[in-house]
Design a protein around this ligand. Structure first.
Ligand code: NAD
Length: 253
Protein backbone atom coordinates (compact mmCIF):
# COMPACT_ATOMS: atom_id res chain seq x y z
CA UNK A 1 0.00 0.00 0.00
CA UNK A 2 1.40 3.30 -1.15
CA UNK A 3 0.48 5.44 1.88
CA UNK A 4 0.88 2.78 4.54
CA UNK A 5 1.13 4.27 8.04
CA UNK A 6 0.77 7.88 6.87
CA UNK A 7 -1.59 10.37 8.49
CA UNK A 8 -3.41 12.78 6.17
CA UNK A 9 -5.72 15.76 6.58
CA UNK A 10 -8.04 16.34 3.60
CA UNK A 11 -10.12 19.52 3.67
CA UNK A 12 -13.58 19.57 2.11
CA UNK A 13 -13.60 15.78 2.08
CA UNK A 14 -17.32 15.39 2.69
CA UNK A 15 -18.10 15.10 -1.01
CA UNK A 16 -16.71 15.50 -4.52
CA UNK A 17 -12.99 15.45 -5.21
CA UNK A 18 -12.10 15.59 -1.49
CA UNK A 19 -14.19 12.51 -0.70
CA UNK A 20 -12.59 10.64 -3.61
CA UNK A 21 -9.13 11.58 -2.31
CA UNK A 22 -10.02 10.43 1.21
CA UNK A 23 -11.30 7.12 -0.21
CA UNK A 24 -8.15 6.54 -2.29
CA UNK A 25 -5.91 7.43 0.68
CA UNK A 26 -7.71 4.94 2.95
CA UNK A 27 -7.40 2.26 0.26
CA UNK A 28 -3.64 2.94 0.14
CA UNK A 29 -3.25 2.51 3.91
CA UNK A 30 -3.46 6.08 5.23
CA UNK A 31 -5.37 7.34 8.25
CA UNK A 32 -7.46 10.29 7.07
CA UNK A 33 -8.83 13.28 8.96
CA UNK A 34 -11.89 14.51 7.08
CA UNK A 35 -11.75 18.27 7.69
CA UNK A 36 -15.14 19.33 6.37
CA UNK A 37 -17.40 22.26 7.30
CA UNK A 38 -20.61 20.38 6.44
CA UNK A 39 -21.25 18.08 9.41
CA UNK A 40 -23.76 15.93 7.51
CA UNK A 41 -21.53 15.04 4.55
CA UNK A 42 -18.36 14.96 6.65
CA UNK A 43 -19.69 12.44 9.14
CA UNK A 44 -21.40 10.38 6.40
CA UNK A 45 -18.18 10.11 4.39
CA UNK A 46 -16.20 9.17 7.50
CA UNK A 47 -18.79 6.48 8.35
CA UNK A 48 -18.69 5.14 4.78
CA UNK A 49 -14.89 4.95 4.67
CA UNK A 50 -14.59 3.27 8.06
CA UNK A 51 -12.29 3.20 11.06
CA UNK A 52 -9.23 4.67 9.32
CA UNK A 53 -10.99 8.03 9.18
CA UNK A 54 -11.84 10.73 11.68
CA UNK A 55 -14.34 13.49 10.93
CA UNK A 56 -13.38 16.83 12.46
CA UNK A 57 -15.85 19.61 11.66
CA UNK A 58 -13.53 22.27 10.25
CA UNK A 59 -14.09 25.64 8.64
CA UNK A 60 -10.94 26.62 6.75
CA UNK A 61 -11.95 30.29 6.96
CA UNK A 62 -11.65 30.23 10.75
CA UNK A 63 -8.25 30.18 12.46
CA UNK A 64 -9.60 28.66 15.68
CA UNK A 65 -11.33 25.86 13.78
CA UNK A 66 -8.21 25.11 11.71
CA UNK A 67 -6.01 25.01 14.81
CA UNK A 68 -8.50 22.77 16.63
CA UNK A 69 -8.52 20.36 13.65
CA UNK A 70 -4.73 20.16 13.59
CA UNK A 71 -4.57 19.71 17.37
CA UNK A 72 -7.15 16.89 17.21
CA UNK A 73 -5.23 15.12 14.43
CA UNK A 74 -2.02 15.32 16.47
CA UNK A 75 -3.72 14.21 19.69
CA UNK A 76 -5.28 11.17 18.00
CA UNK A 77 -2.52 10.10 15.62
CA UNK A 78 0.70 11.82 16.80
CA UNK A 79 1.84 13.06 13.36
CA UNK A 80 0.68 14.66 10.10
CA UNK A 81 2.39 13.44 6.93
CA UNK A 82 0.03 14.76 4.28
CA UNK A 83 -2.16 17.85 3.95
CA UNK A 84 -4.55 18.06 1.00
CA UNK A 85 -6.06 21.53 0.65
CA UNK A 86 -9.14 20.67 -1.38
CA UNK A 87 -11.95 22.78 0.16
CA UNK A 88 -13.02 25.34 -2.42
CA UNK A 89 -16.00 27.28 -3.70
CA UNK A 90 -16.98 28.74 -7.05
CA UNK A 91 -17.52 32.49 -6.97
CA UNK A 92 -18.21 33.64 -10.52
CA UNK A 93 -19.05 37.26 -11.42
CA UNK A 94 -18.33 40.04 -13.86
CA UNK A 95 -15.38 41.88 -12.22
CA UNK A 96 -17.11 45.24 -11.81
CA UNK A 97 -20.23 43.59 -10.40
CA UNK A 98 -18.26 41.75 -7.69
CA UNK A 99 -19.12 43.04 -4.23
CA UNK A 100 -16.54 43.24 -1.45
CA UNK A 101 -18.42 40.47 0.35
CA UNK A 102 -18.20 38.14 -2.67
CA UNK A 103 -14.49 38.91 -3.17
CA UNK A 104 -13.84 38.17 0.50
CA UNK A 105 -15.94 34.98 0.48
CA UNK A 106 -13.89 33.65 -2.43
CA UNK A 107 -10.47 34.60 -1.06
CA UNK A 108 -11.33 33.37 2.45
CA UNK A 109 -11.90 29.79 1.26
CA UNK A 110 -9.97 29.37 -1.99
CA UNK A 111 -6.73 31.13 -1.03
CA UNK A 112 -6.55 32.17 2.63
CA UNK A 113 -8.08 28.89 3.78
CA UNK A 114 -5.18 27.03 2.19
CA UNK A 115 -2.64 29.32 3.84
CA UNK A 116 -4.40 28.92 7.21
CA UNK A 117 -4.20 25.12 6.96
CA UNK A 118 -0.54 25.24 5.85
CA UNK A 119 0.36 27.61 8.69
CA UNK A 120 -1.24 25.24 11.20
CA UNK A 121 0.31 22.02 9.82
CA UNK A 122 3.79 23.09 8.65
CA UNK A 123 5.33 23.36 12.17
CA UNK A 124 4.50 19.66 12.68
CA UNK A 125 6.00 18.72 9.30
CA UNK A 126 9.10 20.77 10.16
CA UNK A 127 9.46 18.93 13.47
CA UNK A 128 9.09 15.62 11.64
CA UNK A 129 11.41 16.79 8.80
CA UNK A 130 9.00 15.22 6.35
CA UNK A 131 5.67 16.09 4.76
CA UNK A 132 3.72 16.50 1.54
CA UNK A 133 1.19 19.24 0.86
CA UNK A 134 -1.13 18.87 -2.12
CA UNK A 135 -3.18 21.92 -3.09
CA UNK A 136 -6.18 21.47 -5.36
CA UNK A 137 -5.86 24.37 -7.78
CA UNK A 138 -7.67 24.52 -11.14
CA UNK A 139 -7.38 25.21 -14.86
CA UNK A 140 -8.41 28.67 -13.64
CA UNK A 141 -4.92 28.88 -12.06
CA UNK A 142 -3.39 29.55 -15.47
CA UNK A 143 -6.24 30.52 -17.81
CA UNK A 144 -9.13 32.96 -17.62
CA UNK A 145 -12.76 32.42 -18.56
CA UNK A 146 -14.54 35.79 -18.71
CA UNK A 147 -17.26 36.17 -16.08
CA UNK A 148 -15.68 33.82 -13.52
CA UNK A 149 -14.14 36.58 -11.38
CA UNK A 150 -12.61 36.48 -8.75
CA UNK A 151 -12.19 32.65 -8.61
CA UNK A 152 -9.20 32.62 -11.01
CA UNK A 153 -7.53 35.39 -8.98
CA UNK A 154 -7.62 33.13 -5.92
CA UNK A 155 -6.55 30.05 -7.90
CA UNK A 156 -3.64 31.91 -9.56
CA UNK A 157 -2.63 32.99 -6.05
CA UNK A 158 -2.82 29.39 -4.91
CA UNK A 159 -0.12 28.45 -7.42
CA UNK A 160 2.02 31.30 -6.06
CA UNK A 161 1.48 29.99 -2.53
CA UNK A 162 2.40 26.47 -3.67
CA UNK A 163 5.65 27.67 -5.23
CA UNK A 164 6.61 29.95 -2.32
CA UNK A 165 6.08 27.29 0.35
CA UNK A 166 7.59 24.53 -1.80
CA UNK A 167 10.83 26.48 -2.11
CA UNK A 168 10.89 27.72 1.47
CA UNK A 169 10.70 24.28 3.08
CA UNK A 170 12.30 22.00 0.47
CA UNK A 171 15.49 21.54 2.49
CA UNK A 172 13.36 20.21 5.36
CA UNK A 173 12.08 17.38 3.20
CA UNK A 174 8.66 19.00 2.79
CA UNK A 175 7.16 19.08 -0.69
CA UNK A 176 4.34 21.42 -1.71
CA UNK A 177 2.62 20.75 -5.03
CA UNK A 178 -0.64 21.55 -6.77
CA UNK A 179 -3.05 19.64 -8.95
CA UNK A 180 -4.87 21.71 -11.57
CA UNK A 181 -8.04 19.87 -12.55
CA UNK A 182 -10.05 20.87 -15.57
CA UNK A 183 -13.75 20.19 -15.45
CA UNK A 184 -14.48 17.33 -13.03
CA UNK A 185 -17.96 15.82 -12.69
CA UNK A 186 -18.92 16.70 -9.09
CA UNK A 187 -21.91 18.41 -7.47
CA UNK A 188 -20.03 21.69 -7.92
CA UNK A 189 -20.11 21.20 -11.71
CA UNK A 190 -23.72 19.95 -11.70
CA UNK A 191 -24.82 22.96 -9.62
CA UNK A 192 -23.06 25.27 -12.10
CA UNK A 193 -24.81 23.65 -15.09
CA UNK A 194 -28.12 24.23 -13.29
CA UNK A 195 -27.52 27.99 -13.52
CA UNK A 196 -28.04 27.72 -17.32
CA UNK A 197 -31.41 27.68 -19.02
CA UNK A 198 -30.64 24.28 -20.56
CA UNK A 199 -28.38 22.40 -18.10
CA UNK A 200 -28.15 19.30 -20.35
CA UNK A 201 -26.95 21.40 -23.29
CA UNK A 202 -24.37 23.12 -21.09
CA UNK A 203 -23.18 19.73 -19.84
CA UNK A 204 -22.74 18.49 -23.43
CA UNK A 205 -20.99 21.74 -24.42
CA UNK A 206 -18.56 21.17 -21.54
CA UNK A 207 -17.88 17.59 -22.67
CA UNK A 208 -17.21 18.80 -26.22
CA UNK A 209 -14.65 21.36 -25.03
CA UNK A 210 -12.35 18.54 -23.92
CA UNK A 211 -10.28 16.51 -26.41
CA UNK A 212 -11.50 13.14 -24.98
CA UNK A 213 -15.13 14.42 -25.36
CA UNK A 214 -15.81 13.89 -21.69
CA UNK A 215 -14.85 15.58 -18.46
CA UNK A 216 -12.82 14.19 -15.58
CA UNK A 217 -13.85 11.97 -12.68
CA UNK A 218 -13.04 12.69 -9.01
CA UNK A 219 -11.15 9.36 -8.81
CA UNK A 220 -8.84 10.57 -11.58
CA UNK A 221 -7.80 13.53 -9.43
CA UNK A 222 -7.50 11.24 -6.40
CA UNK A 223 -4.99 8.96 -8.17
CA UNK A 224 -2.66 11.91 -8.78
CA UNK A 225 -3.09 13.07 -5.18
CA UNK A 226 -2.00 9.60 -4.01
CA UNK A 227 1.08 9.81 -6.24
CA UNK A 228 2.10 13.30 -5.06
CA UNK A 229 1.48 12.44 -1.40
CA UNK A 230 3.41 9.17 -1.59
CA UNK A 231 7.12 8.39 -1.52
CA UNK A 232 6.95 7.87 -5.31
CA UNK A 233 7.34 11.59 -5.98
CA UNK A 234 10.30 12.59 -3.75
CA UNK A 235 11.80 15.11 -6.23
CA UNK A 236 8.54 16.65 -7.41
CA UNK A 237 8.17 19.99 -5.64
CA UNK A 238 6.71 23.47 -6.11
CA UNK A 239 4.95 22.52 -9.31
CA UNK A 240 1.49 21.79 -10.64
CA UNK A 241 0.08 18.82 -12.55
CA UNK A 242 -2.81 19.48 -14.94
CA UNK A 243 -5.62 16.91 -15.12
CA UNK A 244 -7.75 18.19 -17.97
CA UNK A 245 -7.65 15.64 -20.79
CA UNK A 246 -5.31 17.98 -22.68
CA UNK A 247 -7.76 20.88 -22.87
CA UNK A 248 -5.15 23.45 -21.77
CA UNK A 249 -2.94 22.43 -24.71
CA UNK A 250 -5.70 22.40 -27.33
CA UNK A 251 -5.37 25.11 -29.96
CA UNK A 252 -8.56 27.12 -30.40
CA UNK A 253 -9.19 28.53 -33.88
P1 NAD B 1 -17.61 20.31 -4.01
O1 NAD B 1 -18.43 21.55 -3.82
O2 NAD B 1 -18.28 19.07 -4.49
O3 NAD B 1 -16.83 19.97 -2.65
C1 NAD B 1 -16.17 20.97 -1.94
C2 NAD B 1 -16.22 20.63 -0.46
O4 NAD B 1 -15.56 21.67 0.27
C3 NAD B 1 -17.67 20.55 0.07
O5 NAD B 1 -17.82 19.36 0.81
C4 NAD B 1 -17.78 21.78 0.95
O6 NAD B 1 -18.67 21.63 2.04
C5 NAD B 1 -16.32 21.95 1.42
N1 NAD B 1 -16.08 23.31 1.89
C6 NAD B 1 -16.51 24.48 1.36
N2 NAD B 1 -16.16 25.50 2.13
C7 NAD B 1 -15.45 24.98 3.17
C8 NAD B 1 -14.82 25.54 4.31
N3 NAD B 1 -14.89 26.86 4.55
N4 NAD B 1 -14.17 24.73 5.17
C9 NAD B 1 -14.14 23.39 4.94
N5 NAD B 1 -14.73 22.79 3.90
C10 NAD B 1 -15.38 23.59 3.02
O7 NAD B 1 -16.41 20.72 -4.97
P2 NAD B 1 -15.40 19.83 -5.85
O8 NAD B 1 -15.85 19.90 -7.25
O9 NAD B 1 -15.18 18.51 -5.22
O10 NAD B 1 -14.11 20.76 -5.74
C11 NAD B 1 -13.05 20.48 -4.83
C12 NAD B 1 -11.87 21.38 -5.18
O11 NAD B 1 -11.50 21.19 -6.54
C13 NAD B 1 -12.17 22.89 -5.02
O12 NAD B 1 -11.01 23.53 -4.51
C14 NAD B 1 -12.42 23.33 -6.46
O13 NAD B 1 -12.13 24.70 -6.64
C15 NAD B 1 -11.45 22.45 -7.21
N6 NAD B 1 -11.79 22.22 -8.63
C16 NAD B 1 -12.98 21.62 -8.99
C17 NAD B 1 -13.24 21.45 -10.35
C18 NAD B 1 -14.52 20.80 -10.84
O14 NAD B 1 -14.78 20.86 -12.06
N7 NAD B 1 -15.31 20.17 -10.01
C19 NAD B 1 -12.32 21.86 -11.31
C20 NAD B 1 -11.15 22.46 -10.90
C21 NAD B 1 -10.88 22.63 -9.55
Amino acid sequence: MRLDGKVAIVTGAGRGIGAAIAEAFVREGATVVIAEVDAATGSATAARLGSSTLFVCTDVTDNGSVEACTAEALKRFGRIDILVNNAGINVFHDPLETTDAEWQRCMAVDLEGVWRMCRAVLPTMLRQQTGSVVNIASSHSSTIIPGTFPYPVAKHGLLGLTRALGIQYAASNIRVNAIAPGYIETDLAVDYWKTFQDPAAERQRTYDLHPPKRIGKPEEVAMTAVFLASDEAPFINATSIAIDGGRSVLYHE
